[in-house]
Design a protein around this ligand. Structure first.
Ligand SMILES: Nc1ncnc2c1ncn2[C@@H]1O[C@H](COP(=O)(O)OP(=O)(O)OP(=O)(O)O)[C@@H](O)[C@H]1O
Ligand SMILES: [Mg+2]
Length: 220
């Protein structure tokens, strides 16, 4: 069970996330839907440890992580961003093995063996020497998923995983997310697409852009 507690985030006077509380049972999928500017990507950035919340906590299996504290969850939640954020100067294999080597201090052989397994799982094993610019959108997405999985996250999150894909690839992404679910991975899927969200989510969270808060003079 993953619990998110009392998450708040503002950028200046703009309140983006207000007192978010939710629970995701292990192996389930939370779909987050809502209009542009609702704070969906901001939430994923906070969970990925790329942005600090103003307050908030993530509790996983009894361990609590303070989300206002730099990047405490960077190894707990793996995020596949909409633009994938692959390293352009590294080939696919190096994209997958970089973080395990740097952060988890895995040696070359172990990290490469694991990368090959993940590449196989995602059907990109023939592309490991390719650079991101040589890959199609769907292949880049699979590489980004392999890279996220290489850190052995407890939760895998996707930002708009279907937005850049044609219907056939959309179907494949859906299959992929469902196969991760079968493997008991807990997942968060951010999407604009209601049908997709209702179809794939065990739980649906609707977010709305919040009004800018009126600050009193002494808060400005
Ligand atoms: N670093 C930042 N500095 C200031 N404001 C920001 C920053 N990041 C996001 N915002 C603002 O926070 C709000 C939420 O942005 P966010 O990207 O989380 O929305 P979103 O729900 O992902 O939207 P979309 O569906 O368009 O991707 C927006 O109004 C955005 O302008
Ligand atoms: Mg977004």
């Amino acid at each position: 069970m993953i619990t998110l507690k009392n998450i708040n985030k503002s950028f200046g006077s703009k309140n983006v996330i207000r007192d978010l509380n939710l629970e995701i049972p292990e192996g389930e999928i939370l779909a987050i839907v809502g209009p542009s500017g609702g704070g969906k990507t901001t939430l994923l950035r906070i969970l990925a440890g790329l942005e600090s919340a103003d307050s908030g906590e993530l509790v996983l299996d009894g361990t609590s992580y303070n989300l206002a504290d730099g990047n405490p969850t960077e190894q707990v939640v793996g995020v596949v961003f909409q633009d994938f954020q692959l390293f352009p100067h590294l080939n696919a294999l190096e994209n997958i093995t970089l973080a395990p080597k740097l952060v988890l201090k895995k040696d070359k052989n172990a990290s490469e063996a694991e990368a090959r397994e993940l590449a196989q799982l995602l059907g990109i094993e023939d592309l490991l020497t390719s650079y991101p610019f040589q890959l199609s959108g769907g292949q880049k997405q699979r590489l980004a998923i392999a890279r996220a999985l290489s850190m052995n996250p407890k939760v895998l999150a996707y930002d708009e995983p279907t937005s850049a894909l044609d219907p056939e690839l959309r179907q494949q992404v859906e299959q992929l997310i469902l196969s991760m679910k079968n493997a008991k991975m807990t997942q968060i899927v951010v999407t604009h697409d209601w049908d997709f969200a209702e179809h794939i989510g065990d739980q649906l969270l609707r977010v709305q852009p919040l009004e800018t808060e009126e600050l009193s003079d002494n808060e400005k």
